[in-house]
Design a protein around this ligand. Structure first.
Ligand SMILES: NC(=O)c1ccc[n+]([C@@H]2O[C@H](COP(=O)([O-])OP(=O)(O)OC[C@H]3O[C@@H](n4cnc5c(N)ncnc54)[C@H](OP(=O)(O)O)[C@@H]3O)[C@@H](O)[C@H]2O)c1
Length: 264
């Protein structure tokens, strides 16, 4: 272990090379964390980490493709050998393969109830027509990938009696007003199931000072969110890092948006 880094808290971020994940890495670095920026593509990931290092932040890169079953364990070996601890895990990586995702703007407007319901969103296969390949791939990354990361890192947190896990979810996964109108069934299901991962993992950590929560960052200008989104990735990262740095006895097993609890 390197002496310079052993006193810093260590935060792992999945999908850290662009979008919201990159800004979460930056913000955690600015707060003094040793950040482990991960992504599937080493060239893009190294370049992203280099950018933050050049800004004076403590950021290391390690490859993590959630479709590769061996990657989480390899990441654990790297982190424990180099830094000896894991304090924060941000399960940010996500994909949206549903054809209807390109109609996000109208859909989000409806969810936010800011404009009357429009009919120009939600084109594409619904739950009864969706391609099972799309469904499997989406669940594999958005849900099982996050679960695998919890299985890999939460036991270390429990042992250390400290941990904060933030699962980046979406209001599209809320059961409270779930419909088939959105036409993004794979994405919706993956986030609903991710929320279940949050609740069950939080329960498995009860009394161990390991908090596990879901958050919807809000509609954000990224490759996934599109250019029309009202919020920048920098803005989205603020609430995520707020949740990742809650004190002991803070919330666990909850779903947040804009720093408020929202229903599942
Ligand atoms: N943007 C929004 O409006 C919005 C709203 C609600 C929730 N969210 C959620 O916020 C999170 C971040 O979204 P974003 O908008 O920042 O998306 P983004 O810009 O498309 O970035 C997605 C990130 O996930 C990574 N990723 C994709 N497949 C992966 C895999 N197999 N293994 C590991 N990493 C993988 C990507 O890596 P590569 O660069 O290598 O592809 C990239 O770093 C997602 O979970 C998303 O569902 C976003």
């Amino acid at each position: 272990m390197n002496n310079d880094t052993e006193h810093k808290k260590v935060a792992i971020v999945t999908g850290g090379d662009r979008g919201i994940g990159f800004q979460v890495c930056r913000r955690l670095g600015e707060l003094g964390f040793q950040v482990v920026l991960t992504s599937p593509d080493p060239a893009r990931g190294q370049a992203a980490a280099e950018k933050l290092k050049n800004a004076g932040l403590a950021v290391a890169y390690h490859v993590l493709d959630l479709l590769n079953d061996r990657h989480p364990a390899a990441l654990r070996s790297f982190v424990m050998k180099k830094f000896g601890r894991v304090d924060v895990l941000v399960n940010n990586a996500g994909i949206s393969l549903d054809a209807g995702m390109s109609k996000m703007e109208g859909l989000v407007r409806r969810k936010l109830k800011k404009t009357p319901r429009k009919m120009d969103y939600g084109e594409g296969p619904g739950i009864l027509e969706t391609d099972m390949g799309v469904m499997r791939a989406t669940l594999e990354v958005n849900t099982l990938g996050a679960l695998k990361m919890c299985q890999t890192f939460v036991p270390l947190m429990i042992k250390a009696r400290y941990g904060r896990v933030v699962n980046i979810s979406s209001t599209l996964g809320q059961l409270k007003d779930m419909t088939d109108e959105e036409k993004v069934p794979a994405y919706q299901l993956s986030k609903t199931a991710l929320n279940a991962v949050t609740k069950m993992t939080a329960d498995a950590c009860r009394g161990k000072n390991v908090a596990v929560n879901s958050i919807c960052p809000g509609w954000t200008r990224t490759d996934l969110g599109g250019p029309q989104a009202p919020q920048s990735p920098e803005e989205a990262s603020k609430d995520i890092v707020w949740l990742a740095t809650q004190p002991d006895n803070g919330p666990t097993g909850q779903f947040f948006q804009h720093r408020r609890r929202i229903p599942w």
